[in-house]
Design a protein around this ligand. Structure first.
Ligand code: 5GP
Length: 190
């Protein structure tokens, strides 16, 4: 997606540890026009899949999922990283190793919000090693629901998650795929 690639080149910042910071437009300060275009693009790619729910992990995926949900006319469900007192005990849960926080989190979804007749699109801001997608896929399978695919804003193609998940038969559609990045240059896969 050209608009997103241009924005990454203009405002993205590469940090040590293969981390791309996009806080100025995607996941801290959010450019609502860009977000709307991202949502429209995700919807165009998955509109024939009869998606009934968009599933993401708090926090960064939520805005992207909402933008897509607006066009796909399906609700957003997000996995929570902590179990607050207002969450029931009846939950699906999965372990997710965090790429940016360097820890392992248990993420949960209340069972009442996901069922076997759901057709689920996973949405996230980044795909790196694939732990977030694997955790969400685990939750979808606990519910007996169907995973129709994954819509990712930015895939770091030089990390292994996308390659491994595609080899396992998961449909991954990434709007921008970074082929390589250093603090002085960044290229996209074509
Ligand atoms: P994975 O689970 O695929 O290894 O990493 C994906 C998750 O880690 C995403 O939910 C995203 O929040 C975070 N993440 C991975 N790489 C980056 C990155 O380069 N920049 C930012 N801002 N987040 C990342």
């Amino acid at each position: 997606m050209q608009l997103l690639e241009e924005r990454i080149l203009r405002d993205g910042r590469v940090y040590p540890g293969n981390v791309l910071k996009v806080g100025g437009f995607l996941n801290h300060l959010i450019d609502e026009k860009l977000m709307d275009e991202i949502g429209r693009e995700i919807s165009a790619r998955f509109c024939r899949e009869k998606v009934t729910k968009l599933l993401t992990i708090e926090a960064s995926g939520i805005a992207i999922a909402c933008a897509a949900a607006h066009y796909m006319h399906a609700p957003v469900l997000f996995a929570k990283k902590s179990k607050t007192s207002n969450v029931s005990d009846d939950v699906y849960s999965a372990q997710v190793a965090s790429f940016t926080h360097n820890n392992i989190a248990t993420v949960i979804v209340e069972k009442q919000y996901l069922s076997a007749d759901d057709r689920v699109l996973i949405v996230d801001d980044f795909l790196a090693n694939g732990a977030a997608i694997r955790g969400l896929r685990d939750i979808i399978s606990q519910a007996g629901a169907t995973l129709v695919g994954c819509a990712i804003a930015i895939e770091k193609g030089f990390q292994s998650g996308g390659r491994e998940l595609r080899a396992e038969g998961v449909r991954i559609d990434s709007l921008a795929v970074i082929e390589s990045m250093t603090d002085s240059s960044l290229t996209f896969a074509r």
